[in-house]
Design a binder for this molecule. Structure first.
Ligand SMILES: C[S@@+](CC[C@H](N)C(=O)[O-])C[C@H]1O[C@@H](n2cnc3c(N)ncnc32)[C@H](O)[C@@H]1O
Length: 414
């Protein structure tokens, strides 16, 4: 028998679901509902403290509910989880989720949150993504997965995909591989495809002539005037606009003085291909980039070649360190830029970054809750939170990016 209830949505939460209370007082997370809506739901997961549910009927729709702008949502594509929410409500909803994470997880008071959290920029809501990871269907065409499922949905185009990638999606046919990554440089027009098949048997046909294929393929992207090399296996921001917006937000947070090396070495932790170091730091500023990925480190060596060359014979040469931040031997620094993956820093990495004694730490987080946990750890490690800027680099999805800036507290003198 169906377990059905009628509930009123209280708010939207990290991860994108809506939250309401069941008659028995438990919290229920509902996929696809919006703050303020009254919905009839069917419970799909029942736990002691909470439940999960799907909507059976929307009894009172939010004024912010819209028809998904992408036709593949109706076909089941789970690539963008918030296409039912009006685009102008997405940023305010993300700001509210960040505030809630700071209150609950970072234990920051309501009044402080109001003063600390600022709405930053957003990228355009269509045709922005320059990297897409896609699944390969049985007939070789490309598509995405349904939400919370391994079932595949064929998509002949992607609303948020760059036009250069949509040309590939329309005609490509792949075999002997389950997944492909498509990437283009929006500023250079270069594009490439990487087949995720470890045995090297994958093939792809129907590509425009200019597309490079393979694990060694790469594109270049020009960000705030600096050309970066990006291999297919290296991480890069989801779009050209996202990279530029993030760089400018980090620049403002870090301050010109700290970026000029005035307070000492700059640490670019989780540095990737060197996006921040290459665009924000003059070549003479002693820099340490720490990164686990082999291909990203290879890219960073090219992108930071001038930085490495200009400091090579000085007492404080720049370095690219391949390895985990958690295992790194910290050095004294003036500024730390840290941009970890979705899991965030965690206590071990925080202890390494705090051990640099840097005056300023700029933390880029792509998960509101992990970011709030890291801020609490940094505050407890002797830093004061100055500002949290919320960016929307992934419109139509619940993904949230924040740039937080912390200043080392003055030590008490006896
Ligand atoms: C969110 S990306 C940021 C990259 C770069 N800052 C950028 O904006 O392009 C995180 C990067 O951290 C790297 N990474 C993941 N875990 C790591 C760890 N424990 N230590 C160092 N780097 C790590 C990933 O390979 C990835 O390049």
């Amino acid at each position: 028998m169906m377990n059905v209830e009628k509930v009123k949505v209280e708010r939207m939460v990290a991860g994108g679901d809506a939250m309401a209370r069941l008659a028995d007082g438990r919290v229920v997370f509902i996929d696809g509902a919006i703050t303020g809506e009254r919905v009839a739901i069917e419970i799909t997961t029942n736990k002691r403290d909470f439940a999960r549910a799907r909507i059976i009927e929307i009894l009172e729709a939010s004024a912010h509910r819209v028809a998904p702008p992408c036709r593949f949502v109706a076909a089941g594509c789970g690539g963008c989880g918030w296409q039912h929410l009006a685009i102008d409500r997405q940023m305010p909803t993300k700001v509210a989720i960040v505030g809630e994470a700071l209150r609950r997880t970072a234990k920051i008071s309501e009044g402080e949150i109001f003063a600390l959290v600022a709405k930053g920029g957003s990228v355009a809501s269509t045709a922005f993504r320059t990297t897409l990871r896609m699944a390969v269907l049985q007939d070789g065409s490309l598509g995405f997965r349904r939400a919370a499922s391994n079932e595949l949905v064929a998509t002949t185009e992607c609303l948020v995909g760059h036009a250069l990638l949509n040309e590939i999606i329309a005609t490509a046919r792949a075999t002997n591989t389950d997944e492909v990554t498509l990437r283009c440089g929006a500023s250079t027009g270069e594009r490439a495809v990487w087949l995720h098949d470890e045995r090297g048997r994958g093939r792809i046909m129907g590509l425009p002539d200019d597309v490079n294929v393979g694990v060694e393929a790469l594109v270049h992207e020009k960000v705030v005037g600096v050309t970066l090399r990006i291999m297919m296996t290296s991480f890069f921001q989801s779009s050209h606009a996202a990279a530029e917006l993030l760089v400018e937000t980090v620049r403002e947070a870090a301050t010109v003085e700290a970026l000029s090396g005035h307070h000492g070495r700059v640490i670019d932790a989780y540095g990737g291909v060197g996006l921040f170091a290459a665009t924000l730091l003059k070549p003479e500023v002693p820099t340490t980039l720490i990164e686990t990925s082999e291909s990203s480190c290879r890219d960073a060596k090219v992108n930071l070649a001038e930085h490495l060359r200009q400091t090579r014979d000085t007492a404080s040469p720049s370095q690219i360190v391949r390895g985990n931040v958690e295992q790194w031997s910290p050095v004294e620094a003036g500024l730390v830029l840290a941009d970890p993956a979705r899991t965030g820093l965690g206590p071990q990495a925080v202890s390494k970054l705090v051990a640099t004694n840097a005056q300023r730490i700029v933390l880029v987080s792509c998960d509101a809750v992990a970011g709030a946990r890291d801020l609490r750890l940094l505050i407890d490690g002797g830093y004061e939170l100055e500002k949290v800027t919320v960016l929307d680099l992934f419109p139509h999805t619940p993904h949230i990016e924040t740039v937080s800036v912390l200043q080392r507290k003055a030590r008490a003198t006896r």
